[in-house]
Design a protein around this ligand. Structure first.
Ligand SMILES: [Zn+2]
Length: 307
């Protein structure tokens, strides 16, 4: 029997099969593509899903990379300058572009849902933020890294208090139910609080062209992948205010998908073998163009809980 789209409720969908490619584990996983809103969902969640995370090198299990005193001073000055000036030259490479849009205060109570090993929150701590909370049920145990940074082995639903800012960095697509996931964020936000959701989207040209070879399909770890339309429908139904959308895809969509097409797993050594530095630079440029045209393979959704 056909299941309703978890984003728009439509029964109008098409089935396809995908296999585990990141580690080359194989297997066959059935997904449905909504023919109305374009979102994807896995049909049956495997019982042994945890096994697909418990691989050496999966990000959640890496130790935290700590900053020394001088590094922290540098990061704090840079963050103050970034938030004061919004200037690109002060952006930390991986997170400056979205952080400056959120413009959080240093005392904001900030949650990172699906925080992995907590490295991003650690960077925010090193940059001067003082009330940081990471949530990840896959974590080994609760951990107070310092007085400003706590990592919790639980879901945000089970936490105390409300947050000024909640972020999901490539965590949303690992969840089973988009309505429950966003409702939990809504419930845990203070009125006027901000929500950032970074996720792959099916508006991607690479998905439309390469289908099950798309590197960010990532079966069976990705259980849902929204279209921009599908995501907006769910967030509106919950009462979140949609503020802005920013495509932030990278060359990864091209070289990762190309490795999968050639039958390889996601081995970083292969990237150097198959792509010259010049080719990789060209692919980065192509990704920037795709982002401007709204056909990159991932986005930042900026939302807010109304006052
Ligand atoms: Zn749909």
């Amino acid at each position: 029997m056909k299941k309703a789209c978890k984003f728009c409720g439509s029964l109008n969908n098409a089935s396809f099969e995908a296999t585990e490619r990141m580690f080359g584990l194989g297997g066959s996983f059935a997904y449905s593509e909504c023919l109305d809103c374009g979102s994807l969902q896995m049909d049956e969640i495997p019982q042994n899903l945890g096994e697909y995370y418990q691989r050496t090198g999966y990000y959640s299990f890496l130790p935290l990379n700590h900053s020394g005193f001088a590094r922290k001073v540098y990061k704090r000055i840079r963050m103050k300058l970034l938030l004061a000036t919004q200037s690109k030259i002060f952006e930390p490479r991986d997170y400056g572009y979205w952080l400056k849009k959120l413009a959080p205060g240093f005392h904001f109570r900030i949650a990172d849902v699906g925080c992995g090993n907590g490295q991003l929150l650690y960077e925010l701590y090193a940059a001067g933020f003082t009330d940081l909370h990471g949530f990840d049920p896959f974590m080994e145990k609760d951990q107070a890294v310092n007085t400003s940074l706590h990592l919790w082995k639980k879901r945000i639903e089970a936490s105390d208090g409300l947050f000024d800012l909640i972020m999901l960095h490539h965590a949303f697509e690992h969840m089973e139910n988009p309505v429950e996931a966003l409702q939990a964020c809504y419930d845990k936000l203070k009125p006027g609080g901000k929500l950032l959701v970074r996720t792959p989207v099916t508006d991607a040209a690479v998905w439309k062209e390469k289908r099950a070879y798309w590197v960010q399909l990532d079966a069976p770890r990705h259980l849902i992948i929204p279209s921009v339309t599908g995501f907006q429908l769910v967030s509106q139904s919950i009462g979140l205010t949609f503020e802005e959308l920013l495509f932030d895809s990278s060359a990864f969509q091209f070289w990762g998908t190309s490795l999968y097409e050639k039958g390889f797993s996601l081995d970083l050594k292969l990237v150097e073998q198959h792509f010259s530095p010049e080719e990789l630079a060209e692919l980065e440029k192509k990704a920037l163009l795709y982002n401007q045209e709204g056909k990159g393979d991932q986005v930042c959704f900026f939302l807010r809980k109304p006052l």
